[in-house]
Design a protein around this ligand. Structure first.
Ligand code: SAM
Length: 274
C-alpha cells in the first residue's frame, strides 16, 4: 500500500519488460494517477501488465506549469507516480521541477529504483567505477559538442554519455580528437534488448567498428570513457587546452606562461599539443 499524498518516482524498463519490479507494479496499480512523459507509450506499458490508470502528460514543455497543480493535488491527499518513457525519471528525462516543487511544499517524494541505462552500462563496462561523472547527452551542435569535450579532456573520473544512433559516429570522432585516440572506452548498445552489444577498445577502435558495421549504429547507446590518466597527464591535457585557447588572443610565450600557471602543467609540454 502507498502512503496517501506521496509522489512516487518510478523507474520503468529500458528494454526488457521483465525488469519492472513487483513493487513498481503495485505502486502503479494503486496511485490516483500516473504522470508520464508520453502517455501513449506509458499506456502500452500499463496494458502489457493489465493495468489501467488515469495518465497525465508531463514533459519538458509543460512541466513548470503542471507542477503547481500536481502539488496541490498531492497536498489534498492523492498519491501520484511519475514515470518516463524508459529507465529512471529525471535522468536525462523530465521531472526535476516537479520533484523540487513537491519537496518545497513538504510533500513526501519516494523513489522506486530500477533500470537506468547509465548505471546498467557502467556495471558491465569494466572501467573504473568507484568515481564517475554522468554527462548525459552532448550538445547537438558540433562546435558546442567539441567545446564540451575539450573541457572534459582532463577529467580523471570515468565519463558516462548518452548518445543517439544518428550522432554516434560523430561523437566517437570528436571524442578521439578531444581525449586522444588511445583512450579506453566502452560502447553499450541496446542494453537488456535482443541486440544488446557491449564493445570495448580505445576510441579509435570503437570508431572503426561502428563505421564498418551499420548494425553497430542502430538503437540506443551509452558511451563510457575512462578518465584522464594520472594527475600529471590530466594537468598536461588541461594546460594544452588552455594554451590553445589563450594563444588565439595572446603572444605564445604569455599564453604558455598563463596556461602553465592555471593548469599546473610544465610550460614546455604545452606547445604543439593542440
Ligand atoms: N531515464 C533514462 C535512464 O534512466 O537511462 C534515460 C532517458 S534518455 C532520454 C534516453 C537515452 O538513454 C538513450 O538515447 C540512450 O542513450 C540511453 N538508453 C536508454 N535505453 C537504453 C538501452 N536499452 N541501451 C543503451 N542505452 C539506452
Amino acid at each position: 500500500m502507498h502512503t496517501p499524498g506521496t509522489l512516487h518516482i518510478v523507474a520503468t524498463p529500458i528494454g526488457n519488460l521483465g525488469d519492472l519490479s513487483p513493487r513498481a507494479l503495485e505502486i502503479l496499480r494503486t496511485v490516483a494517477a500516473i504522470c508520464a512523459e508520453d502517455t501513449r507509450h506509458t499506456r502500452q506499458l500499463l496494458s502489457h501488465f493489465g493495468l489501467e490508470r488515469p495518465l497525465l502528460a508531463l514533459h519538458q514543455h509543460n512541466e513548470e506549469a503542471q507542477a503547481a497543480q500536481l502539488v496541490t493535488r498531492l497536498q489534498a491527499g492523492d498519491s501520484l507516480a511519475l514515470v518516463s518513457d524508459a529507465g529512471t525519471p529525471l535522468v536525462s528525462d523530465p521531472g526535476f521541477r516537479l520533484v523540487r516543487a513537491a519537496r518545497a511544499a513538504g510533500v513526501r517524494v519516494s523513489p522506486l529504483p530500477g533500470a537506468c541505462a547509465a548505471i546498467a552500462a557502467l556495471s558491465v563496462a569494466g572501467l573504473p567505477s568507484d568515481r564517475f561523472v554522468f554527462e548525459g547527452f552532448l550538445p547537438a551542435r558540433a562546435s558546442a559538442r567539441r567545446e564540451r569535450l575539450a573541457r572534459l579532456a582532463a577529467e580523471p573520473r570515468t565519463l558516462i554519455f548518452y548518445e543517439s544512433a544518428h550522432r554516434i559516429e560523430e561523437a566517437l570522432a570528436d571524442m578521439a580528437t578531444a581525449f586522444g585516440a588511445a583512450r579506453p572506452a566502452v560502447l553499450a548498445r541496446e542494453l537488456t534488448k535482443l541486440f544488446e552489444t557491449v564493445l570495448d577498445g580505445d576510441l579509435a577502435e570503437l570508431r572503426e567498428r561502428v563505421a564498418a558495421d551499420p548494425n553497430q549504429r542502430r538503437g540506443e547507446f551509452v558511451l563510457i570513457v575512462e578518465g584522464a590518466g594520472d594527475d600529471a597527464d590530466a594537468k598536461l591535457i588541461e594546460g594544452r587546452r588552455l594554451y590553445a585557447k589563450l594563444s588565439e588572443h595572446l603572444p605564445p610565450s604569455t599564453a604558455a606562461k598563463l596556461a602553465a600557471e592555471l593548469s599546473g602543467a610544465p610550460r614546455k609540454g604545452l606547445y604543439g599539443g593542440g
